[in-house]
Design a protein around this ligand. Sequence first.
Ligand code: T4K
Length: 392
Amino acid sequence: MGDDPRFKKPLHVGSPNVGNREEFLSRVEDILDRNWLTNNGPVVQEFENKIAEHLGVKHCIAMCNGTVALEIAIRALDLKGEVIVPSFTFVATAHSLQWQEIKPVFCDIDRETYCLDPSELEKHITSRTTAILGVHLFGRPCDINTLNDLSRKHQLKLLFDASHAFGCTYQGQLVGNFGECEVFSFHATKLLNTLEGGAIVTNNDSLAKKVRLMKNFGFDGLDHVVYIGSNGKMNEVNAAMGLTNMDRLDSFVETNVRNYKKYSEALKEIPGIELITYDQKELNNYHYIVIEVDEGMTGVSRDLLVDILRAENVLARRYFYPGCHRMEPYKTFYPTAGGLLPHTHQICRKIMVLPTGSQVAKDDIDKICSIIRGVVADSKEILRLQRERSKQ
Ligand code: T4K
């Protein structure tokens, strides 16, 4: 295996999907000819319209990245005090709150969906709670209806970090249409990439207007500032990459589905390895190949398996280990936050994400799965021998 030339070039999780190179370069040529590079240029406007139309949402405000988009959404919604979030997410979700001195209150996740567990949520609500920030992790949407009911009951704002869920539906409607607003990341590693980028999408006219001002320093016309603002603008080249990739979106998803089926077939016979499933009644982008490793059954820990794959040039990831509450500054600020997160702890220890996307060939998947199969078989044999020996 170590000599296989294909593995000289590592297989990454997060390898970018890039559409037609010529189309992208021609768009960049146009941008340079026009000499309009940023500040709400025509390519950004076209990209925003395309995303809004695709999602069936009234407003899309493109941003420089998902983290700044989250920060601006939180600011525009006037959130304060405490906001309930999962700990099991990329740390940017928590940072976007703490950055503005809002306390992220970590709530446990549902064992099946890995999203906020609504039945755990009410125990975290205090007089200081202003919102619920759900994350549609790995493209599997939160229990949006129940979160909606809870937010209404307790008069909280509800918004979503939809970074992983572009092209996914909840009860037949595309993610992007829920809560006060939803935030996408278009980072290079996402299904739809603009190199770096993100967006706030919303059906709320006044929120959209505020967000537009806030991402441009609060300028409402020349020399006239109405809010404290930041610089969250997407530039023209990022939008050109976004438009180019939107043209290939269907083929990216088709490849992901094909890869998912291949993994599913190749992994199904391996005891203790379980590939997460996606609801067949909904659309999903299948952008994440996530497996749970049951150490009791495989005889090998998730971490050892990650290391072995790495030694074979397969760069699997332990997303989102160890959970935000065990990272700084959260573990210092909120040392008891882990007390109510049993599912978070369990899932953090078990899961890993495997490479997929348009850079991953069918043969690569066979190789990756055969490494996993081999490791599990070997460790079972070692365990058997150890047991036999201890009986002697
Ligand atoms: N909320 C959620 C739930 C998120 O997942 C994210 C981002 C955000 C919010 C914030 O959105 P942004 O502000 O980023 O737009 C990566 C990404 O940088 C990050 O965007 C993403 N989540 C997170 C899940 O993954 P790292 O620290 O793991 O990045 P890194 O450099 O280790 O790269 C990840 C993998 O991708 C590696 O295997 C290498 C591969 N890769 C990466 C890049 C940039 C490539 O093959 N080519 C590339 O160009 O965070």
